[in-house]
Ligand binder design. Structure first.
Ligand code: DP6
Length: 343
């Protein structure tokens, strides 16, 4: 009988400032991206693993309920990860996972979920003396194979994924922490306005595929590269005007790419556009450096320095909450990254 081992990791979601949109090869990004690691929005995953004596079994429980529908994505992930670590395709795996944010909230759980699972697997590999490199780097490589953006979630504060001339040791295979940032960003706030809680009309995998043959793809990759360079400077110096300009440009360009792809997708809802306009008005009238960003959906992430929290939350409650489904929003902040928990 082989040893049964159990591990538990809590891993956060992240929000991209320069977006990963388009991939090549096996989960390699078409351009470099950078994100804030979040804190409150995270996944807690407990993994029990043992060498299988027959056909490897996979059981997935989400919030205590057996979830057959989550298995194909995890099976695909294990298959990809076992190219690097063959033992992974010979394990019986029991996964118990829960998110702090509701599954149906429209917040992608793949970044936190896949990074939490990758970290659990790395703990197993470490204890089996099979880990091929530094723990977090290996976790980032595996997380990437599950979901591209997940590879950035293994580091706190800010993380860069994808080779970029201005980031030493940056790689397409894993994320690296970006530590050269001004202190204003260390506790930056992200208030997530839930404009549409349902599942997205385009999965990110389909979305990335839309860049193939897209008439603006090459220009997009060039602009992302340039936006990375400019954003790194703004993050380093604490230049909030420039930060806002680049972050909003990235959000709108992501949606512009979706609107001009074939088939095309409009993922913003009327409420998304109304919120964006109100944020810009509020910023001009009050000289408060608040910015918006979007992921591949209708929800709006409102980004601002911690010291403006009270004013911004008042503004959200007075002017923006009416555009949120059921008046829902989540308050998050830049976080310190994953934590290993006792089982
Ligand atoms: C718009 O990482 O979810 O959020 O690699 O196919 O799992 P897969 O895609 P995913 O794409 C994220 C896209 C994005 C931008 C970003 O997070 O950089």
């Amino acid at each position: 009988m082989s040893a049964v081992r159990t591990y538990r990791w809590q891993s956060p979601s992240n929000i991209a400032l320069v977006k990963y949109w388009g991939k090549k090869g096996i989960q390699l990004p078409a351009n470099a991206s950078i994100s804030f690691t979040l804190d409150t929005c995270h996944t807690d995953t407990k993994l029990t693993a043992k060498l299988s004596e027959g056909n490897p079994q996979l059981n997935v429980h989400v919030n205590g309920q057996l979830k057959e529908s989550f298995k194909p994505k995890i099976e695909q992930f294990i298959e990809r990860a076992s190219v690097r670590y063959p033992v992974l395709s010979h394990l019986d795996l029991d996964l118990e996972t829960s998110n702090t944010f509701p599954h149906s909230s429209g917040i992608a759980s793949s970044a936190s979920g896949m990074s939490a699972l990758a970290l659990c697997l790395c703990s197993y590999l470490r204890d089996s003396d099979l880990l091929q490199g530094e723990f977090m780097q290996e976790a980032s490589i595996l997380a990437r194979l599950g979901s591209g953006s997940a590879c950035r979630s293994v580091y706190g504060d800010l993380a860069v994924w994808g080779e970029h001339k201005d980031v030493v040791r940056s790689s397409d295979e894993y994320a690296v922490p970006f530590t050269d940032f001004h202190e204003v960003f260390s506790d930056y706030r992200d208030t997530i306005l839930l404009v549409h809680k349902g599942t997205k009309s385009v999965s990110s995998t389909v979305g990335h595929g839309l860049l193939e043959g897209h008439p603006f793809a090459e220009k997009r990759f060039e602009l992302a590269e340039a936006n990375m360079s400019s954003l790194l400077i703004a993050l380093n110096s604490g230049d909030l005007d420039r930060f806002i300009e680049i972050v909003e440009d990235e959000a709108l360009m992501l949606h512009a790419m979706m609107m001009t792809s074939s088939p095309s997708f409009i993922l913003m809802e009327p409420g998304t556009v109304a919120i964006i306009k109100k944020i810009r008005e509020f910023r001009e009238q009050n000289a408060i450096p608040v910015a918006f960003t979007l992921d591949a959906g209708a929800n709006v992430h409102v980004l601002y320095p911690a010291k403006f929290e009270e004013q911004v939350l008042n503004f959200v409650d007075k002017e923006l909450v009416s555009y949120c489904e059921g008046g829902s929003y989540l308050c998050d902040t830049v976080g310190k990254g994953p934590r290993e928990l006792t089982c």
